[in-house]
Design a protein around this ligand. Structure first.
Ligand code: HEM
Ligand SMILES: *[C@@H]1O[C@H](CO)[C@@H](O)[C@H](O)[C@H]1NC(C)=O
Ligand SMILES: *[C@@H]1O[C@H](CO)[C@@H](O)[C@H](O)[C@H]1NC(C)=O
Ligand SMILES: *[C@@H]1O[C@H](CO)[C@@H](O)[C@H](O)[C@H]1NC(C)=O
Ligand SMILES: CC(=O)N[C@H]1CO[C@H](CO)[C@@H](O)[C@@H]1O
Length: 320
């Protein structure tokens, strides 16, 4: 009976708090305020789109979707964003949240009533729609986390060298299925990667093959010319060379041509266990969009904080 009480009445205690229109009474116009701020930022630079999406992913996978990734380091604490894997978190993602938060707080009814974690969830939804991806209703009600450490990032994020089992198990540890993982990987339809993230595939793959044989030969030579061996480490290239500024299903079409940039991308097509899903979503954009919306909604439920283990930060980059 006690098992049933906790399992039946509170099927998932972490996600139970989230719901659409959470701010209906608290800050009724919050979604429009955030959308306007995000749109302004989007008009200044397209990087707003990939930077915000990736920031949300890194936030959710490390300690849950609690805006802990946005906290700045102090003399006494090396925050999440100072873990080396973040080097590539573009500043425009942070800036998007800071600007949307300022816009929300400019409204006296809303001031300090909307969490940074929810603002990041809304901003991510908005940049996806602005770049041609699906529009969806976003679940809200997250509190901001009280902890952010560089050490807590270790082992929590996938590496571009991961195989299917490694990807699947890391996503499973966050309550996400292999199907969710494949759908979410399609976020690589926008944005950039530094050459170092895939240079092993074009120069130093194995003794027999200097170039990864699963990589399209034409694409491999393009990558070699964009990323010469002595490339400036700052250089970053578009991950979807066909429609770099569209949130579409080109990611899957590219995989069919051997044009997945990372091992972790191409393996979704070369591994027979995930291949049928890639084929299906390459053919049918609607089916992909449905799966993506479901997956990003589930990602948004990871490790959600409540008023016992979280609060609403006044400044997203600083603990209250
Ligand atoms: C499945 C395993 C994944 C791996 C191994 C992976 C790895 C990477 C790497 C290495 C980069 C390039 C970073 C750089 O050099 O700047 C990148 C970029 C990016 N990733 Fe992922 N990622 C994965 C999943 C995801 C997911 C689930 C999302 C979001 C839903 C995502 C969104 C992005 C975006 C938008 C960028 C471009 C960032 C920018 O241009 O600023 N990734 N990813
Ligand atoms: C190539 O890979 C091998 C082993 O994986 C490594 O020892 C070597 O330093 C690499 N060479 C270059 C040029 O990266
Ligand atoms: C490699 O990519 C080109 C387009 O860039 C495509 O025409 C060709 O079919 C691809 N090759 C393979 C083996 O998929
Ligand atoms: C995509 O799949 C749906 C069913 O899930 C179907 O109704 C639709 O016609 C398909 N679209 C295309 C372009 O094949
Ligand atoms: C954007 C950002 O915060 N980058 C930091 C990532 O971590 C390195 C240290 O590993 C810092 O030097 C960067 O400033």
């Amino acid at each position: 009976m006690s098992v049933c009480l906790s399992l039946c009445l509170f099927p998932h205690t972490t996600s139970a708090a989230l719901r659409q229109n959470y701010y209906a009474k608290i800050c009724p116009n919050v979604e429009n305020i955030v959308r306007d701020a995000v749109q302004k930022k989007f008009q200044q630079t397209f990087v707003t789109v990939p930077a915000t999406i990736r920031l949300y992913f890194h936030d959710c996978f490390v300690r849950g979707c609690d805006a802990s990734v946005i906290v700045a380091s102090t003399a006494n604490n090396q925050a999440e964003k100072d873990n080396p894997i973040n080097l590539s978190l573009a500043g425009d993602g942070f800036d998007t949240v800071i600007k949307a938060k300022a816009a929300v707080d400019a409204n006296s009814q809303c001031k300090n009533k909307v969490s940074c974690a929810d603002i990041l969830a809304m901003a991510t939804r908005d940049v996806i729609a602005l770049s041609g991806g699906p529009s969806y209703a976003v679940e809200l009600g997250r509190m901001d986390g009280l902890i952010s450490t560089a050490a807590s990032v270790n082992g929590k994020l996938p590496l571009p060298t991961f195989n299917l089992d490694q990807l699947t198990s890391l996503f499973a540890s966050n309550g996400l299925s292999q199907r969710d993982m494949i759908a979410l990987s399609a976020a690589h339809t926008v944005g950039f990667s530094h050459c170092s993230q895939f240079s092993n595939r074009i120069y130093n793959f194995s003794k027999q093959n200097p170039v990864d044989p699963t990589l399209n030969k034409t694409y491999a030579s393009e990558l070699q010319s964009e990323c010469p061996k002595d490339v400036d480490p700052q250089v970053a290239i578009e991950m979807d060379p066909n429609t770099p500024q569209k949130f579409d299903n080109m990611y899957f079409k590219n995989l069919l041509q051997g044009m997945g940039l990372f091992t972790s991308d191409e393996v979704l097509f070369t591994d027979t266990r995930s291949k049928p899903t890639v084929n299906r979503w390459a053919r049918n954009a609607t089916n992909f969009q449905k799966a993506f919306v479901s997956a990003i909604t589930r990602m948004g439920r990871i490790g959600v904080k409540n008023s016992k283990n979280g609060n609403i930060r006044r400044d997203c980059a600083v603990f209250n």
